[in-house]
Design a protein around this ligand. Structure first.
Ligand code: SF4
Length: 281
């Protein structure tokens, strides 16, 4: 029978647990409707569970004026926050404190006259929120995006919290020699780093890996890339129902890891289902 191991560091992080607690408290205490501005976290089943408790999702503050509006874990732009405060009775800021740190760093660098670069995924809500704090900033996905870019003499770099340190190192390496002054604020969050290191360690030994988390979740997709690098039989799922028995044919060690927005209960379900599929159940 294959062994099933869960990575030492996997699943819901401080910022996600904090946000969920805030919203659950609000469902108990708030008067009037509660909405989140964009999905609270990138986990469809958790968002679905909140919806069943009456917490709706809106794309903009204007879509549901009045009541309580919750600012998502990934953060919002200052304009979005102003619009939320102007149109709602109460605004709950569930932005992860580590994301706020990146916002503040970008704002400070811009104020101090640096050309701000954000290492991150263009279009990701967190990156858009950070961009809102330093509107002239340039978003780069890696060293390849620097080709043909005119850089200022003083460059300040902040990082999407879920990026890997290897990507940050590669970008810093590409910037050295092209600018006179480079200021790096490493805003990668420790939960991300620990989950990535733990996933890499397990994937190096596993015959098959399962990564649990939302398809829109940047940190989950990064875990998938990291696992694929040493374990080609890596599968990304959002829930236990997607698991398929042939994925584990001949495997002696099956590894499981999960993104920072995946609750422990979902990890447990996945482990149980794998056990059933490989005949342990
Ligand atoms: Fe906050 Fe890090 Fe969790 Fe993102 S992964 S919500 S930055 S603790």
């Amino acid at each position: 029978m294959p062994k099933i191991l869960v990575a030492d560091e996997a699943g819901a992080c401080y910022g996600v647990n904090r946000a969920l607690q805030m919203v659950r408290d609000a469902t108990r205490d708030a008067r009037g409707p509660i909405h989140t501005l964009g999905p609270l976290i990138h986990n469809p089943s958790v968002v679905g569970e909140l919806e069943s408790r009456g917490v709706g999702v809106v794309a903009s503050a204007a879509d549901a004026p009045g009541g309580t509006l919750v600012l998502r874990t990934h953060g919002v732009t200052p304009e979005e926050e102003d619009a939320a405060r102007a149109s709602h009775d109460e605004v709950l800021d569930a932005t992860c404190p580590f994301v706020i740190r990146a916002h503040n760093a970008a704002e400070r660098l811009a104020r101090e006259g640096y050309q701000v670069l954000i290492l991150g995924e263009e279009g990701h809500p967190e990156v858009e929120g950070t961009l809102g704090h330093a509107p002239q900033a340039l978003i780069v996905g890696g060293p390849e995006d620097l080709e043909g870019v005119r850089l200022a003499r003083r460059v300040g770099l902040v990082v999407q919290t879920t990026q890997s340190r290897s990507r940050l190192r590669a970008l810093v390496g590409a910037l050295i020699g092209r600018v006179d002054e480079l200021r790096v604020v490493d805003t990668i969050c420790e939960a991300t780093t620990l989950r990535q290191a733990s996933a890499a360690k397990l994937a190096a030994q596993a015959d098959a890996m399962v990564v649990v988390g939302g398809r829109m979740s940047a940190n989950t997709r990064r875990l998938v890339q990291i696992c694929e690098a040493s374990c080609p039989r890596t599968h990304h799922i959002e829930g236990a129902s997607e698991l398929e028995a042939p994925w584990f044919d001949g495997a002696e060690l099956i590894g499981v890891t999960a993104g920072a927005s995946t609750p422990q209960s979902q990890i447990d379900e996945v482990v149980e289902r794998i056990g059933e599929l490989v005949g342990e159940g």
